[in-house]
Design a protein around this ligand. Structure first.
Ligand SMILES: O=C(O)CCC(=O)C(=O)O
Length: 226
């Protein structure tokens, strides 16, 4: 059972957050998506999972929950307009970020991946899943350059564990759907999707009857990717 994320009772005394250095790229054998290694997927997409990239910081989800001016969104669905089942906040390029650890994360990701990416990470999107009934449907971050260009999207997961699913997009006339890859994302875990991933694969966070606590995801993206 997925337990709700339990911050320590003595957060202020022992919460000494730090980012673990990311290792040089190691290519996973056979496309398996193991911790720390880059798994090459079909069509030039790849994914890396770095468990516990951010250590400590147990108080961060609560701080962000309280300090960020979260926004509820609505969207048209068939003949109705419905609430999007999560809260969001997008920080555009140069906008002050809501916590020094988020600013540090942006800079560390740019240091690590910037040469390969050819540019720094510049924007930060944040989503707050209040409990397991919040979710995001299958999609790729293909508004903007991700639709036509290879890019990277890095996601730091905070709070209660939720699973990110990844599957190849279905091509018109293509073969049947292959099984999705599952990435359980716990507090402090980092997942990076690169190459053609945003246009040739899609990802989602499904609802979960077992996840009772809140989760915040922090998405780091380069300019023009959304
Ligand atoms: O919550 C996550 O980890 C995924 C968020 C996401 O895919 C998005 O907002 O585009």
């Amino acid at each position: 059972m997925t337990a709700a994320f339990q911050p320590t009772l003595f957060d202020s005394a022992v919460d000494r957050p730090c980012y673990r250095p990311l290792p040089p790229v190691v290519h996973a054998a056979g496309g398996s998506a193991g911790a720390g290694a880059r798994a090459h997927l079909a069509e030039g997409a790849w994914v890396e999972l770095h468990p516990n990239w951010l250590r400590g910081a147990e108080a961060l989800p609560d701080r962000l929950a309280q300090s960020v001016d979260w926004r509820a969104e609505r969207r048209a669905m068939y003949d109705r307009v419905v609430d999007v089942p999560r809260l969001v906040r997008f920080y555009g390029e140069g906008e002050p970020l809501p916590h020094p650890l988020i600013t540090q994360g942006l800079s560390l990701l740019s240091d690590h991946f910037g040469a390969e990416l050819g540019e720094p990470f510049r924007t930060v999107g944040m989503c707050r899943y209040r409990d397991g009934s919040d979710s995001v449907a299958w999609h790729g971050d293909d508004i903007g350059r991700g639709r036509t260009e290879d890019t990277m999207v890095a996601i730091l997961s905070l709070g209660t564990e939720r699973t990110l699913l990844l599957r190849p997009r279905r091509r018109p006339g293509g073969a049947g759907r292959s099984a999705s890859l599952r990435f359980p994302l716990g507090h402090g875990d980092l997942i990076v999707m690169g190459g053609s991933c945003q246009r040739s694969w899609e990802h989602c966070i499904p609802k979960s009857a077992r996840a009772r606590g809140p989760r915040i995801s922090v998405q780091f993206r380069p300019r023009g990717v959304r």
